[in-house]
Design a protein around this ligand. Sequence first.
Ligand SMILES: Cc1cc2nc3c(=O)[nH]c(=O)nc-3n(C[C@H](O)[C@H](O)[C@H](O)COP(=O)(O)OP(=O)(O)OC[C@H]3O[C@@H](n4cnc5c(N)ncnc54)[C@H](O)[C@@H]3O)c2cc1C
Length: 380
Amino acid sequence: MDFELTEEQKMFQTMVRDFCIKEVEPHAAEWDESNEFPYEVVKKLADAGLLAVHFPEEHGGSGDTVVFVIAVEEIARASAGLSVMYLVSLGLGMYPILMHGNEQQKGHYIPRVINGAIVAFALTEAMAGSDVAALETRYTREGDYYVLNGTKIFISMGAEADFATTFATKDKSLGHRGITAFVVDKGTPGFSVGKIERKMGIHPASATELVFDNCKIPVANLLGEEGKGFRVALEAIDASRVSIAAQSLGIAQAACDAAVAYCNERKQFGTELSRMQAIQWMIADMATDIETARLLTYKAAWLTDKQGRAPLKESAMAKVFASEAAHRVCHKAVQIFGGYGYTKDFAVERYYRDQRITELYEGTSEMQRWTIARQVLGVK
Ligand SMILES: Cc1cc2nc3c(=O)[nH]c(=O)nc-3n(C[C@H](O)[C@H](O)[C@H](O)COP(=O)(O)OP(=O)(O)OC[C@H]3O[C@@H](n4cnc5c(N)ncnc54)[C@H](O)[C@@H]3O)c2cc1C
């Protein structure tokens, strides 16, 4: 048994951390405030080789989930909003192509992402949130084309994405057996960005409607087989879960670091806050939550690499625990800052808002618990 990252992984972690200290962290508050997506940093991530890491070796990556998780954690520690772009473009949005795309599709889309293309994963609809099989976006076949009609909502990076993997049904009455996966490029006639949500946090990553209005795509844009899209979607979400755990971990670590620095500086009643037992207990609980979340997250990533697929139970445990641990940690960090923690002068206010989404997207905490319980109980 070995709980250490390898030397190579540690070097990679240092490299990403240095990149984030220089290129991300100093701008995170400004991106949060302006809500304008910093395309220039995507170019810098590409130049640093950080957009290739998760892809198979033949595409210049390591194909390694542990390495991906290290990068997501470090980027989220500096800017949770930017980490949304990173984990959707390299992970969630690309998994349908990586897992079910043909060689031509992989050869076309993977190099684009490595060079800075942004990806979206468009599944959710107004009547299909947790119950994804209830989706209503329709497709029909017309000769060498598929025609898509419907509206997706809450799509991360919807406004910025260069292409999206998406899901539609041939006939809603077929249930999950009617669903098929597709890839749609920005600029395709009939494909547009609708309402842009005004969100609590994870600025500057957008969450938008994506509208398909008689959107005609070549049959070559089919991902996998017709009628197998539900499985494609679930496999993508299963694989991506660990990256949300890593995102939660990064936010929690940033909040804990800020609280430690603050309580060592700030004095009340003639002494540093760090000498007060009530504060020490909060710091102890924060550090323990982070350590436990890190063990679960890295174990799930390690298992993914070992087994060649995401471990359902362990990934769900990592996501639900890390996101809720981040909730507790950010809450305590604001508490330790007192009234200052409620102002935009300190980053803990942003961490507190950014953290909240990790308990909601890519499967709410209730859905994770359902997944865990079914695995433990052995029921469908
Ligand atoms: C900022 C943001 C970004 C997002 N990004 C994306 C994206 O990139 N792509 C994408 O496709 N989607 C995205 N989503 C959508 C997100 O995944 C969904 O919002 C989420 O899955 C929950 O769906 P819902 O909001 O419809 O809630 P609902 O499914 O309506 O759930 C409401 C409440 O009921 C609970 N609940 C539902 N069913 C059950 C059950 N069977 N048992 C117990 N409790 C249950 C839920 O846990 C929740 O507490 C994003 C959402 C947001 C807010």
